[in-house]
Design a protein around this ligand. Structure first.
Ligand code: MLC
Ligand code: AMP
Length: 504
């Protein structure tokens, strides 16, 4: 009986004293110690009555314990559901209820607010902080450091990751053991990861990038990670001499370039800089090369598919492109019917392969709309492929803002703005931002004769939505540009807002 994901990522390291996590205060957690921590947590979680296939919703700060909880869930056959630490209680309620989580793990500060949500589902509510009420860590402390791995098949679910949608309702992307394992195997090869690698880890671990790409690849190769609690420029630079690889969103690289202490010598300690989750400007790529002599390797992925393309490790890394389809991933540029277009033509990117998810949790109609019967997933990204197979992303067919690597669906914010006093309708757009790539801007159309209280509206938005989704500005306009079908034309709106702001 086996559990392919646990056996390949974690089980192979049993008893190893080699370092897995280097913490900023100097503490090192070996593979053996990490696996012991995971086994105790698996004992504690199953002791609460959870069984294979149950969902575990987790919103806690980035710590080794949280990572061990991920390992524990894989070992116990549970479905790990990590949640952005910025989510408000309102947002959390939806994810917890929609997934039917059997266990909710949160920070102590959120406990009181989440208690009724968990109680309504009959779910257990725990924290990872020792000594508090309902502490999973306390439950784990008395447990043995071994746990009998629960058998799973490659097609069984390992994780549920929510992605927002163009209708405003988030969808849970179901990722199987094999989706995660196959992609990690492909990336270890593509990026030549080995046990000698030390990954500088400053990404959050509630998303594909920090959790699966960074962590699973390090685990599979048997390397280690310098595990920083969050992005911190000074800490990043301080730890570069011990690191071999950095993975980041483009904001990491623009911030490094803005920092005079970041030199070629500093960068020279690392063998590889990888960027993804949002477009890396060709200009940033070139500036980075001019400063350090190294070319950033850009790759492209998404929650539903893990990684799809990558610039080559050894071949030419082309600025402004996301590289070539990864080994085992079929990628085509299509028209709306799914017919492949010739090289050089712009169309929707569709992908198929062992990396592509199993569908959206309990949303068969959404799954059918985005995942074709032949297995191709319609990404909603617009791209073009050249004769050599290099893919360039030229835009998005979906109404989506990417801010500092976080996806924000305008519809979700518009639904909140539309119901504010005096608001007739709203439109949310992304506007260029030097640090985060794009930030959110809200356009409000008042009801006839109404005066809008923008401060009160912002206050309401803040109670409902996570900070990174808050409009940085609210602009009042008398009407929105629409096409003949009545659809708001966001391209025109962006131009109108830019003109207004230039005048101001
Ligand atoms: C923080 N803020 C953001 C923000 N991050 N606002 C919009 N967009 C963001 N991404 C808010 C903060 O709450 C704060 O608000 C203010 O902006 C400034 O914060 P900061 O201290 O400068 O932010 P910082 O903590 O440095 O975070 C910026 C960041 C972080 C870019 C380092 O957002 C980050 O780690 N992003 C990575 C996201 C990621 O992992 N994406 C992968 C998705 S997976 P205030 O009011 O307090 O000032 C995926 C698939 C794939 O996409 O292909 O990988
Ligand atoms: P998410 O749903 O959070 O996983 O975000 C996935 C989306 O991020 C993709 O559909 C793309 O729009 C975008 N994305 C990821 N990597 C890149 C990249 N290298 N360049 C441009 N966009 C990217």
């Amino acid at each position: 009986m086996s559990n392919p994901l646990f056996d390949s990522l974690f089980g192979i390291h049993a008893g190893k004293d080699a370092p897995f996590l280097h913490l900023p205060e100097g503490r090192v957690i070996s593979y053996a110690a990490f696996l012991g921590m995971a086994a105790r947590l698996a004992q504690a979680v199953t002791g609460l009555g959870l069984a294979a296939g149950d969902r575990v919703a987790v919103q806690v700060e980035k710590t080794p314990e949280m990572l061990a909880l991920y390992a524990a869930c894989v070992q116990a056959g549970l479905v790990f559901l990590p949640l952005n630490t910025a989510y408000t209680t309102e947002e959390l309620r939806y994810f917890i209820e929609d997934s039917g989580a059997a266990l909710v793990v949160c920070d102590p500060a959120k406990r009181a607010a989440l208690a009724p949500v968990a109680a309504g589902l009959g779910a257990s509510l725990q924290t990872l902080d020792a000594g508090g009420q309902g502490s999973l860590s306390d439950l784990a402390a008395g447990q043995p450091e071994v746990f009998a791995t629960v058998a799973r098949r490659g097609e069984d679910l390992a994780a549920l990751l929510y992605t927002s949608g163009t209708t405003g309702r988030s969808k849970g992307a179901m990722l199987s053991q094999n989706n995660l394992l196959s992609n990690a195997q492909t990336l270890v090869e593509a990026w030549q990861f080995t046990s000698a690698d030390v990954l500088l880890h400053a990404l959050p671990i509630f998303h594909t990038h920090g959790l699966f790409v960074a962590t699973n690849v390090s685990l599979l190769a048997g390397g280690s990670m310098i595990f920083l609690p969050k992005f911190d420029l000074a800490a990043l630079i301080r730890h570069m001499p011990q690191a071999t690889v950095l993975m980041g969103v483009p904001t990491f690289y623009t911030r490094l370039l803005d920092c005079p202490e970041f030199t070629a010598e500093m960068a020279g300690h690392l063998r590889l800089f990888i960027s993804g989750s949002a477009p890396l400007l060709a200009e940033t790529h070139l500036q980075f090369e001019a400063r350090t002599g190294q070319r950033i390797l850009e790759r492209y992925g998404m929650t539903e598919t893990n990684m799809n393309t990558s610039n080559p490790y050894l071949g030419e890394r082309r600025a402004g492109t996301v590289g070539l389809a990864l080994q085992g991933v079929e990628l085509k540029i299509c028209d709306d019917s799914g017919k492949a277009l010739p090289a050089g033509e712009v169309g929707v990117i569709e992908v198929r392969g062992p990396n592509v998810f199993q569908g959206y949790w309990q949303m068969p109609e959404k799954t059918a709309a985005e995942l074709r019967a032949d297995g191709f997933f319609i990404t909603g990204d617009l791209g073009v492929m050249d004769d050599a197979g290099y893919v360039t992303i030229v835009g998005r067919g979906k109404d989506l803002i990417i801010s500092g690597g976080y996806n924000i669906y305008p519809k979700e914010i518009e639904l909140v703005l539309d119901v504010q006093p005096g608001v007739l309708e709203s439109a949310v757009i992304g506007v260029p931002h030097p640090d985060l790539g794009e930030v959110v801007l809200g356009v409000l159309v008042p009801q006839r004769g109404a005066r809008l209280d923008l401060e009160a509206i912002m206050a309401e938005v803040q109670t409902v939505l996570a900070r990174f989704k808050h409009p940085r500005r609210l602009v009042v306009m008398q009407e929105l540009p629409r096409n003949t079908m009545g659809k708001v034309q966001k391209n025109l709106l962006r131009a109108e807002v830019a003109a207004l702001e230039a005048e101001a």
